[in-house]
Each structure stands twice: as structure tokens, then as C-alpha cells.
Design a protein. Sequence first.
Length: 276
Amino acid sequence: LPDGVDVAVLILARLDTLLEIRKMHRLLRGLRGCSWLAARRAPVLVLHDDHLVGPCNEGLTSERCTALLGDWGPALRFVNVSTFFTAPTEFRSFGQVKGFPLSYAMMCEFWAASVFELPEVKSLKYFLRLDSDATIQCSPNAPDAFSVLQASNAQYGYFLLGRDEEYVSKGFRDHLYNHLQSHLEISGLVNGTIMDQSWGKTIAAPVFYNNFEVVDVAYFRSSAVESYTRAVLESGGIYRHRWGDGVVRYGQLRAGQGQALCLDGMYGYCHDRCCM
């Protein structure tokens, strides 16, 4: 990345159909109106796999591919993340996970863990994650989400916190509870704040709707958070029970004792039927 640039927008996109590319174009047009991103010289990193629409198999910078993808200037960069989308050997025979395709679990693992291993991400201070089929609009005086996070001494920005379905939360509560008991020596944290008040009687796991998220990279690469993330991966919960990356984000915030900041209403953001 250019010298002095320590923030970026990350978009996981499919580039294998014209429909998916048109969705990405819609998002990119919205991002162009976010002056706070331009002021930070934030690049847009489009994360993609090897499956490309016909002309782009000649190369993403080929003339025919550029005609399809559009010329968005040097701020738009493409990063092939195919090597990160391989399920662990013991789960590769799975056709689906709790009714979701295996590729969904691979995507969850990517956002929960692998994204922080990308060289392009390691050099960042913050990133804003968006899905390619989302839309975003910024008013002229829209705040800089990265600066807001920093000023609030928070490590994570979100706009919605809910609960995932119980059938995809199996074992998550116990796993988090046991990890916190083993790794946090703070009186009352586990038995008071973590479980009794936040969880109640339901096994449905708290989940960040993290199709929009602002992330402090150093926090998620800290030893406490990485220890918890490794424990999640070693448990196989993502592939056996379909623990989503939004659920794992909740655990990561608990494990590292991070602060989350609600950014609801700051932008005109929509994904599917979920809007700020």
C-alpha cells in the first residue's frame, strides 16, 4: 500500500458472473461518495477467488476484463484469496454444514481468522468490511468511521448485535465459557458479566451482523484474541456446527476484553433487508 496509508475497505466478491460484477459496481459507486475514505486515501481491496467471468481469465488487467470490471482508478485493487478457501482435510468430504454449503463454512473461517493473515491486511491499522451485494451512501458530513473508533478507544465497530439461531450455536456457549475460564483471571468476569447477563437461558449465541464491520487489526492479531481464534479452529465448530464468523467475532471481543462501538445510523447502508 502507499506510504502513510493504514486503512482500507475490504470487499469479498464473486467475479464469475455479470450479475455479481454489477452488484459490485453499485457498491463502488456508493463508496465514491464517501469523502472521508478519499481523505484517508483508503484503497478498496476486492478479495476474489479463481472463478472469473470469461474475459477475465485472460487477466484482471486485460483490455476485455477491464471493459467489464470498469476503470475505478488505482484505489481499486484485486487480491486473489483462493488459497485461503480450502477446508481442513477432515471436513472436505462434507457436502453441507447445517443446511449451508461447505463453501459457507470456508467463508466463515476466512473472516474469522484467515483474513488477518493476508499481507495486505497485516499492514493496516483498520479496515472496513463490506459485502459486494451491499449498498452504502455517505452524506457530505459523514464521519470517518476509523477516527470515530479510535477516539472512542474501541476495537470494533458494528451496527447490529443479535442472536444467531440455536441450531447453529451448538456448543459455542460452553466453548467460550471454558476458554474464558482457562485464560482470563479476572474476578467475576466469567460467572458475572459473560454468562449470566449476556447469555441468559438460551443457547443461541450473540452474533454481530458483521457484513458491515470496522476492525482494529492489531487487536484481532493480539495474543489473547489469536489464542481464542486458534481454539475455535481446533474445535471444528465452524464446520461441525456452522458457527458463523459473526458469532466468533463476539467471542473474540470477549476473549481480548475489547470494546465494541455501535455505528448504526452513520451511513446509508443496506445489505439484503437489513439496513441502518
